[in-house]
Write a protein that binds this ligand. Structure first.
Ligand code: UDX
Length: 455
């Protein structure tokens, strides 16, 4: 089938390359010519595991093209995918400016020759697809359009390609049989069941899915904070509850909380949606409050271990909002960094993928051991695999004092007991018992030596 994907951002490029790999003929359009130039040469403006080879293959096979001529691209296909961004406005509502600029009567009318299928993949508030359809109907004489479909994406950064090609489910909100058949044919190569439903339900499914996952994380973080007070290992609790199939083991990893371009934005949008219809959503509020508090848990641990953060040298390992991405949007590291900078800490950082960081006080190094040199504490903020393989002897020789605070609970507690004992380190995490072993002395007696007294 011939498909035009409008909006060559993260979702658009993943969708375009994956649809091409299924044998469709795809045109990806975007108003950003620089981005289009890059993509046309097979390069990605973002990092996503497995996407570049897929894109290169689709280019080589002639199944994908890139253009900045939006109007032309709309005229080329009968299936239009809309994958433009819908970021948060300052009032929390989704900003639909990019969507409305595409669903522009003149634009669609100009190039609409036959019946078209308009697939909205962007995350949009409930009722948006109805408004899109209404607008096009109002101009039916000029736009011989259109079946409007909502087909939310559930891609995770870092695993977007398998998430697209082998999803748990595909949700299609549509109102006509033609649209239903076309969507079935489009997804023919994907081994997943398709849930057909009302368009407004599909719009809510996207927000509700993200909110549920965010709530799961906040729930386990709440239990982690309780475990901290009770000297219990939250990982054991998470394993115990997660092995009940009704609960499930995923998204129960405790730590500094969730970030990224979706959860925080979608939680805000859901809240404003609730407000707009006079419906309270107390669980959403609570999940957001727990999440906002998690970076303070790290700050409090550092403060009580080091007595003061003024002048303390802190090494931040990991800046991205999660591993396998260079994305720092709404990354919990930003909050932790700001809090530490406000306390007067000296901040050095390393992330395998992030080189530029918007906080002036954070010096980003491209070598991990430079970042931890002579530090009083190492704080793990992203669960990169390379941090699981740290050379602890080298760490010990490099740091000034051996405090490790694991904001992702990514290192095994038993393993860290042995490491702490062997190298005289102290290891603190979130909702798990502290491993205290202060054998190496501080170069600066004003800081780390208070640790043993405090814990
Ligand atoms: C999310 C949804 O998973 C995806 O379906 C949707 O399409 C877009 O939003 P993404 O933002 O890429 O995807 O990342 P995800 O893997 O869901 O993680 C989000 C945040 O939660 C990250 O900061 C991650 O570190 C955190 N997280 C995740 C936890 O703190 N604990 C967990 O158990 C899982």
């Amino acid at each position: 089938m011939k498909i035009t994907v409008i909006g060559s951002g993260y979702v658009g490029v993943v969708a375009g390359a994956c649809l091409a790999s299924l044998g469709h003929e795809v045109i990806c359009a975007d108003s950003d010519s620089e981005k289009i130039g890059l993509l046309a040469s097979g390069k990605l403006p973002i990092f996503e595991e497995g996407l570049e080879p897929l894109l290169k293959k689709a280019l080589a096979d002639g199944r994908i093209r890139f253009t900045n001529e939006l109007d032309w691209s709309i005229g080329q296909s009968d299936i239009l995918y809309i994958t433009v961004g819908t970021p948060s406005r300052s009032d929390g509502e989704a900003d639909l400016t990019a969507l409305w600029s595409v669903v522009n009567v003149n634009r669609i009318a100009h190039s609409a020759r036959g019946r078209k299928l308009l697939v909205v993949k962007s995350t949009v508030p409930v009722g948006t697809c109805d408004s899109v359809e209404q607008l096009l109907r109002d101009h039916a004489a000029r736009c011989r359009i259109v079946d409007v479909v909502h087909n939310p994406e559930f891609l995770r950064q870092g695993s977007a390609v398998p998430d697209f090609l082998r999803p748990d489910r595909i949700v299609v909100g549509c109102n006509t049989e033609e649209a239903r058949l076309a969507m079935k044919e489009l997804h023919a190569g994907i081994p997943a069941s398709i849930q057909y439903c009302d368009r407004r339900s599909a719009e809510l499914i996207k927000y509700a899915s993200n909110a549920f996952l965010a709530m799961k994380i906040s729930f386990v973080n709440m239990i982690a904070n309780l475990s901290d007070k009770l000297d219990i290992d939250v990982d054991e609790v998470a394993e115990g509850i997660g092995s009940d199939r009704r609960i499930g083991p995923l998204f129960l990893q405790s730590g500094i909380g969730y970030g990224g371009s979706c959860f925080p934005k979608d939680m805000k949008a859901l809240q404003t949606l609730g407000q707009s219809v006079g419906c309270e959503l107390p669980l959403i509020d609570a999940a957001e409050r727990v999440n906002a508090a998690q970076p303070h848990v790290i700050l409090d641990k550092l403060k009580s271990a080091l007595s003061t953060l003024r002048g303390a040298r802190i090494a931040l390992l990991g800046l991205a909002f999660k591993s396998m991405t260079d994305d720092i949007r709404e990354a919990p590291s930003l909050v932790v960094s700001r809090l530490l900078a406000a306390e007067g800490a000296i901040l050095n950082a390393y992330d395998p993928m992030v080189r530029r960081y918007p906080i002036r006080e954070v010096a980003v190094h491209d070598d991990m051991y430079l970042a931890i040199r002579a530090c009083d504490a190492i704080v793990l903020l992203t669960e990169w695999d390379e941090f699981r393989l740290l050379d602890w002897r080298k760490v010990r020789e490099t740091v000034r004092a051996g405090l490790i605070v694991d904001g992702r609970n990514m290192l095994a507690l038993d393993g860290m007991k042995a490491v702490a004992e062997a190298y005289g380190l102290t290891y603190l995490s979130v909702g798990r018992p502290a491993v205290v072993n202060v054998a190496i002395g501080p170069a600066d007696p004003g800081t780390f030596n208070r640790l043993s007294a405090r814990l």
